[in-house]
Structures are given as structure tokens and as C-alpha cells.
Design a protein around this ligand. Structure first.
Ligand SMILES: *Cc1c(COP(=O)(O)O)cnc(C)c1O
Length: 457
């Protein structure tokens, strides 16, 4: 008999978590205007709001904190981080930033102008925010199949090459770069194949446009290439990462994801011109070029985390846990974006709450119901997060409406996943009694999901 697969680590430190009663949760959520971002974390039992900065660091990462070099300029911690990024990505120039959106802010301040078009695959919300706040347009060229949650495709995060080419032809002189998000977070943590990255790169060269990877989960993307794409089974994750990044001109990175740190990010590129411009913006917004908003100790932990999380066993443990939760949901026939992605399960809310009109935000209602059921905090990646169209100011209902259950790295066990699955089943069982959703009482102009105030209808 084959031995079952267990975690590639053991636990050295724990953090107690607390359950609550339904009446407590009713009160807390009302006080939070039915926006789970406004809940105190201590009111949450199992927190799946994000996998960003919420992972458990390794003993080697914690040890590296103690030998951080906090010098203002030229800290050894910076050079450790730079060396690691060079080695894993092949990019020569590395500019630290305090997190991923800061990397976007610095780089886009140099590259994006009013009226520009930035084509890519489902831009992440902060990426879209940094584009639209500069009065430029984020054009989503994800393959249409990504919208059909029940379709099983190995690389559902791919860019539709024909759509991309059409944008490149129509807006050629207004396109500063193409952006590819690996994995494609907004489409469900779905990977992009090496083949697709190659085609994007080929097309970009033809139109003489640089390619930027939004790389928050590049290691998870590499895992899927290794396990799903022909010709990669025998390659190491690190070899696959080098091959992916060779197809790009630069990257922005939220290290809170695949570098498994609580805070951090960077820009890396081989384009001297981008680096020289970004250095200046980086100093204004983030800090001097060898720390850019990070502590020396955090740069150390980032370097160790990147190295460890580009090893197969670590990624296998992680992604198997997502698959474990998916298998439990299959038992209960709960519909989610198939196949399970790299960092989260995305529940197809309109398929669950079939009686709730889209104007009443089904995924937000499901988020609310799951919290009330068991103190589990997911988050809406749907019609509220999609914001209004910048021109018409209408709600955007053309994408998916998901309840995202993001799984922090190395934080919860499969017992916790069982609680999540059963809590969701309980909501699922009473789905037909839920006939109304949510209404917006107040919203911000941009990235409204963080601060929106809602009421339950
Ligand atoms: C999280 C994330 C970002 C933004 O990074 P932060 O560290 O949260 O600022 C950008 N792109 C993608 C794909 C992300 O998942």
C-alpha cells in the first residue's frame, strides 16, 4: 500500500483561536455594516479572508529575523534578498517595496499615463486600481472559458491570444506594457501555462511591447506547470521559475503570498530604463533603494521564504490542502470554480443562492451567511469588488461573483478544512430559504469592497 502524503513540515509554535456564539456574531457583523473587513480578527474563528501575509513562517525564517541588518543604506539583508531574487527569477535589478501594491504604484507611476491601455488576464483589484486611478484602462483578455466555473481546464488563467492581439492592434501606441498575473487570482487562483506565457511573449515582441508579470503566486503557478503541463514533470520548480521569468521583462511581487512573509514586496527587471525610473519614484514613496519600506529583518525572511517556497514539497503540501477542501465540497455538491486553484476555493455564489438577484450581490450574502453559521471569514470576489465602470458609473455584473475562501500557508489543518466544508454545507442546505441579498448604504469611489457599508435585505 502506498503511504499517504502528509505535510512536509511539523509544528513548533501554535496560536489559540476562539469560537463564538451565533448571537455574538449577529451583533458583531451588524456593527461591521455586514462588511467582513470591518470585523475584529478576534471575532473570527477560521480566517480565510486572504492568504496574504497570513502564512506561518518557518524556523529558518524566524531565525533570519534575528540577524537582520537594519542599516539605512547598503544593508547585508538587502544583498541577501537581491541575490535570492536574481537566482530564482533571473532578473538583475531588484527594488524592495513594502508590499505588492507599492511595487505597482512605483512602477506604474513611471509607465502608465492617462488614456493608456494595459491588457492582461484579470487584473488584480489593486492593479486595476492603480491603472484606473491614473485614468488608464485595464483590458481583461482572459480566456472566455474562465467564466464557466464548471468547466475543468488545466490552465484556466490563460490569456486569450486573439483578444490580446486585437487590443494590441487597436491601441498600439497607447500600450506601455502587457501584464500577466500568475496565478490568475481574480479568475480563481487559476494557473497560466508555459505555452501561453510563450505565446504572450512572442506577440509582445512582434508589437515591441514589454511584458510584466504580476507574480504574487508565481511558485504555485510553477507547481501547476510541473504537474499539469507536458514536458515539465522532470524539471524542478526553480528551473520552471527561471523559464517563466525569461519570458517577461519585469515583475511586481507581493511577497506576502509566495515568499510567505507577513509584509514585503519588490520590483525586479532586466530593463535598466525601468529600474532607473522606478528608483526615483521608489525613493519618494517607499524609501531608499536598499530597503524600500522594508526592515532588514523582513528582507532576510523574504529571502529565506522565497527559497523554501520554490521547493516542490512545500508547494505540494499547500496545494493538496486546497484540493482536500475541494473534495469535501464535491461530496456536498457545492459549486466552485473548477478545478480548485492554487491558493483558494472560489464558491460560485449565484449558483448557490439562485433566488438572490445579481443586483443584491449573492456572493456578499453568502459571505455573511458563512460567517454567521460558524465564524468563518471568507471574502467577496465578485460584483462589489468589481467596482463601478469608471465611465458609465454602472455596477459591473459581467464577471464572476465568488465567495473566496483563501487558505493561508501552513496555518490551518485539514480538520479546520472539515469545519469549513460542513459549515458551508449547512448554508447550502438552507439555500432556498435565502431569497434576498445585500444593499449598499455607502461606498467609496475606488476599491469599495474594503470600506463598503451594507444592509441585509
Ligand atoms: C495581493 C496581490 C497584489 C497586491 O499585493 P499586496 O501585497 O496585497 O499589496 C497584487 N497582485 C496580485 C495578483 C495579488 O494577489
Amino acid at each position: 500500500m502506498d503511504l499517504p502524503l502528509a505535510e512536509s513540515w511539523k509544528i513548533k509554535m501554535i496560536e489559540p483561536i476562539r469560537k463564538s456564539t451565533r448571537s455574538e456574531r449577529e451583533r458583531w457583523l451588524k456593527e461591521a455594516h455586514y462588511n467582513v473587513f470591518k470585523l475584529k480578527a478576534e471575532y473570527v474563528y477560521i480566517d480565510l479572508i486572504t492568504d496574504s501575509g497570513t502564512g506561518a513562517m518557518s524556523d529558518r525564517q524566524w531565525a533570519s529575523l534575528m540577524i537582520g541588518d537594519e542599516s539605512y543604506a547598503g544593508a547585508t539583508s538587502f544583498f541577501k534578498m537581491e541575490e535570492t531574487v536574481n537566482r530564482i527569477t533571473g532578473f538583475k535589478y531588484v527594488l524592495p517595496t513594502h508590499q505588492g501594491r507599492a511595487a505597482e504604484n512605483v512602477l506604474f507611476s513611471c509607465l502608465v499615463k492617462e488614456g493608456d491601455y494595459i491588457p492582461g488576464n484579470s487584473h488584480f483589484d489593486t492593479t486595476k486600481g492603480h491603472i484606473e486611478s491614473r485614468k488608464a484602462f485595464a483590458i481583461d483578455c482572459t480566456i472566455d472559458e474562465a467564466l464557466n466555473t464548471q468547466l475543468e481546464l488545466p490552465f484556466k488563467g490563460n490569456v486569450d491570444i486573439q483578444k490580446l492581439e486585437k487590443v494590441l492592434i487597436e491601441h498600439n501606441d497607447k500600450i506601455p506594457f502587457i501584464i500577466v498575473t500568475i496565478t490568475n487570482n481574480a479568475a480563481g487562483g487559476q494557473p497560466v501555462s508555459m505555452q501561453n506565457l510563450r505565446e504572450v511573449s512572442r506577440l509582445a515582441k512582434k508589437f515591441n511591447k514589454p511584458v510584466l508579470f504580476d507574480s504574487a503566486r508565481f511558485a504555485e503557478n510553477a507547481y501547476f506547470i510541473k504537474t499539469r503541463e507536458k514536458g515539465y514533470a522532470g524539471k524542478t520548480i526553480k528551473e520552471i521559475c527561471r523559464e517563466m521569468f525569461a519570458l517577461a521583462d519585469g515583475m511586481t511581487m507581493s511577497a506576502k503570498k509566495d515568499a510567505v512573509v507577513n509584509m514585503g514586496g519588490f520590483i525586479a527587471t532586466n530593463m535598466e530604463e525601468w529600474y532607473e525610473q522606478a528608483k526615483i519614484k521608489g525613493i519618494v514613496f517607499e524609501g531608499y533603494v536598499t530597503y524600500g519600506g522594508m526592515n532588514g529583518r523582513d528582507m532576510n525572511a523574504l529571502a529565506v521564504g522565497l527559497d523554501e517556497n520554490t521547493e516542490f514539497e512545500n508547494l505540494e503540501t499547500r496545494i493538496r490542502q486546497i484540493e482536500y477542501l475541494a473534495a469535501r465540497l464535491d461530496e456536498f455538491e457545492i459549486p466552485y470554480q473548477r478545478p480548485a486553484g492554487g491558493h483558494a476555493i472560489f464558491i460560485d455564489a449565484p449558483k448557490v443562492l439562485t433566488k438572490v438577484a445579481k443586483e443584491e450581490f449573492p456572493a456578499q450574502r453568502l459571505t455573511v451567511e458563512l460567517y454567521l453559521e460558524a465564524g468563518i471569514r471568507g471574502c467577496e470576489i465578485g460584483y462589489i469588488l468589481a467596482d463601478r465602470d469608471p465611465v458609465t458609473r454602472e455596477n459591473r455584473f459581467d464577471g464572476n461573483d465568488f465567495l473566496r475562501l483563501a487558505i493561508p500557508r501552513r496555518t490551518y489543518t485539514n480538520n479546520h478544512m472539515d469545519v469549513v466544508a460542513v459549515a458551508l454545507k449547512n448554508v447550502f442546505d438552507r439555500r432556498n430559504s435565502i431569497t434576498h441579498g445585500m444593499a449598499i448604504e455607502w461606498e467609496a469611489e475606488l476599491m469599495r469592497h474594503f470600506t463598503v457599508k451594507l444592509k441585509r435585505l
